[in-house]
Ligand binder design. Sequence first.
Ligand SMILES: C[S@@+](CC[C@H](N)C(=O)[O-])C[C@H]1O[C@@H](n2cnc3c(N)ncnc32)[C@H](O)[C@@H]1O
Length: 208
Amino acid sequence: MKLKELESCLQQVDTFEEPKILLEQYPTSAHIAACMLYTIHNTFDDIEAKLVADLGCGCGVLSIGAAMLEAGLCVGFDIDNDALDVFRRNADEFELSNVDLVQCDLCCLKTEDYRHSFDTVIMNPPFGTKHNQGMDMKFLRAAITMAKKAVYSLHKTSTREHIQKKANDWGVKMEVIAELRYDLPASYKFHKKKSVSLNILHTLFQPG
Ligand SMILES: C[S@@+](CC[C@H](N)C(=O)[O-])C[C@H]1O[C@@H](n2cnc3c(N)ncnc32)[C@H](O)[C@@H]1O
């Protein structure tokens, strides 16, 4: 599948109906999701026929893209049942049978039960900016435990040094694959501007 084709399919994915600010329910745009997944697939061969987990899957744009790129199975994990309902509808709409869902709070999940259970983990985690400081690192810790080979994640560029330090502490190799601009639409009432633009890093972590 070509990049443009993947992006245009992902534009059809429905997103949060009433996004919950405390859960940082910002959807990944079709453009960013397609670029991220295309690179994971074409450069690293970490999707096709692989068992993939998508942490904080929301309405499923990353899982659905991974399923379209022929993941063996992509399992989405999210705390929010409303988002998972939209995910289910999206998966039905695209007639995908290689996706599954787990409703859970990733902060309480016994990730040891999933140690090295997935070939690849993909995620756009909460950045930990809304009364939930450190949430990005909790997601990353869970992802690194669950992945056998690789974790692909989005992080704010401003947190780069902090993440690098954590990766060093955990004995994990970290590589920035791309720097991207993330345009958050003004989906919440408190947003004064039409959209807010953030610099983010598409990052690869390889557990030792
Ligand atoms: C930035 S959104 C990304 C959504 C989706 N992956 C995407 O790319 O569009 C973060 C997601 O993490 C979920 N989330 C937040 N806190 C969580 C927690 N403690 N456990 C599991 N999921 C959580 C939210 O419900 C939301 O769907």
